[in-house]
Design a protein around this ligand. Structure first.
Ligand SMILES: O=C(O)CCC(=O)C(=O)O
Ligand SMILES: [Fe+2]
Length: 329
C-alpha cells in the first residue's frame, strides 16, 4: 500500500476512509437489501452466504481499501471507516444487559457483517456471547469495574482472545452511539511502532515461551495456554500475543520485561474516538486494543458498538468448527 493512496488517507491515527454521500447512499441500499434477505437472521449460514456475495457489491473505494488493509495493515495496524449509513435517530435504546447480541438483520448489524465478510470470514466462539456473529459492546450496570467490554473503567490493552490458538485475525468495531460526552475511545497500540523502542535483550525474552495467558472474563469456559512467546514471526516485523489483564510472566525477569513493554505500548498508543457511523478494523496480530473510561447513565443512550471477528482462513480453524459453521468451540 502506498502512503499516497487516493482511496484512503494515512494519518497519525492510521488509515482512514471517509465515505462520500453517493457511496453512503449506495451502501445503505445494499444493507437494506440484506436486511430483507431470508431468513433475516445474521447467524443463519444461508443468510451469511447472501451477505458474503453482496459484500462484493459495496462501493469500490471501500472494497479497495479493505483489500489493501488486508494485504498490509500499515504502521498503526488499524483502519477507520467513517460515514457508514448509521442514523442515530433510527436506533432503538442501547441494550443494558450482559451478553447482549444481535440476531436480527438490522442495518447496522448488516453493515458490520458486510465489511467483515469482505475482509475475510466472520467467526465467533461458542463459549463467548452465545456464539453470535454480531455482538453488542455496551456498558452494563454492576459491571462498571470489570475488565470486560461491559465495563466503563479503563480497559487494559489486549489482543482479542489471546489465549485461543485461533484468535481473530481482525476485530471490527462499528459505533452506533458514543458515550454521552462523545469522548470514549477505543485505544490502540501497534507492535510495529513499539518494536524499535524495545531493547534487544528484552526482545529476546519476549520471543521465548515464558508467558501464559488465561481466557478473558467474557468466556464461560476455556483453558489457559501452555507457555508461549509474546513476540513471534519475523524478527523485524513481529506479531504480538499479549493481554495485559490475562497474561502472566512465568519468571521474574520475564515479568520485568513485560512491565517495560507495557510502558512502551502505552507511550505509542492512540485513541480511536468512534462516533456514530464509524467502524474501526484492528489487525489482531499487530495491535492491542483497550478503551478509555467513560460514565454510563443506563438511560438507553449509552455507548453502543457492534463487534465482529474475522479470520482470513477458514481451513485453519476447521477442527474447532464442528459443523463447518462459523462458530468455533
Ligand atoms: O469498547 C471498546 O472500544 C473496545 C472493547 C473491547 O475490547 C472489545 O469489545 O473487544
Ligand atoms: Fe477487546
Amino acid at each position: 500500500m502506498t502512503t499516497t493512496s487516493d482511496r484512503s488517507t494515512r494519518g497519525a491515527q492510521g488509515l482512514r476512509l471517509d465515505l462520500a454521500d453517493d457511496e453512503r447512499t449506495a451502501l445503505r441500499a445494499l444493507a437494506e437489501e440484506l436486511v430483507a434477505a431470508s431468513p433475516r437472521l445474521l447467524d443463519d449460514l444461508s443468510w451469511v452466504t447472501q451477505a458474503r456475495q453482496a459484500s462484493c457489491r459495496m462501493p469500490l473505494r471501500l472494497m479497495e481499501t479493505l483489500r489493501d488493509f488486508r494485504s498490509d495493515a500499515g504502521a498503526t495496524g488499524s483502519l477507520v471507516l467513517a460515514g457508514l449509513p448509521v442514523d442515530e435517530r433510527d436506533l432503538p435504546s442501547t441494550p443494558t444487559v450482559r451478553e447482549s447480541v444481535e440476531r436480527a438483520t438490522t442495518v447496522p448489524a448488516v453493515l458490520a457483517m458486510l465489511v467483515g465478510l469482505h475482509l475475510g470470514e466472520v467467526i465467533a466462539y461458542r463459549s463467548e456471547k452465545s456464539g453470535a456473529l454480531v455482538q453488542n459492546v455496551v456498558p452494563v450496570r454492576g459491571l462498571e469495574d470489570s475488565q470486560s467490554n461491559a465495563g466503563s473503567v479503563p480497559l487494559e490493552f489486549h489482543v482479542e482472545n489471546a489465549f485461543h490458538r485461533e484468535r481473530p485475525d481482525y476485530v471490527g468495531l462499528l459505533c452506533l452511539r458514543n458515550d454521552h460526552a462523545k469522548r470514549a475511545g477505543t485505544l490502540v497500540t501497534c507492535i510495529r511502532q513499539a518494536l524499535p523502542l524495545i531493547e534487544e535483550t528484552d526482545r529476546k525474552v519476549l520471543r521465548e515461551p515464558r508467558f501464559v495467558t488465561a481466557p478473558p472474563p467474557s468466556f464461560r469456559q476455556g483453558d489457559r495456554t501452555t507457555p508461549h512467546a509474546v513476540l513471534t514471526g519475523s524478527v523485524e516485523d513481529s506479531n504480538i500475543c499479549l493481554d495485559l489483564n490475562a497474561t502472566t510472566a512465568l519468571d521474574e525477569e520475564a515479568g520485568e520485561v513485560m512491565a517495560r513493554l507495557k510502558r512502551i505500548l502505552t507511550d505509542v498508543s492512540t485513541p480511536l474516538v468512534l462516533q456514530t457511523g464509524m467502524m474501526a478494523l484492528i489487525d489482531n496480530r499487530l495491535v492491542l486494543h483497550g478503551r478509555s473510561e467513560f460514565t454510563p447513565r443506563f438511560d438507553g443512550r449509552d455507548r453502543w458498538l457492534h463487534r465482529v471477528y474475522v479470520h482470513l482462513d477458514n481451513r485453519r480453524s476447521r477442527e474447532f468448527r464442528d459443523d463447518a459453521g462459523a462458530v468455533l468451540n
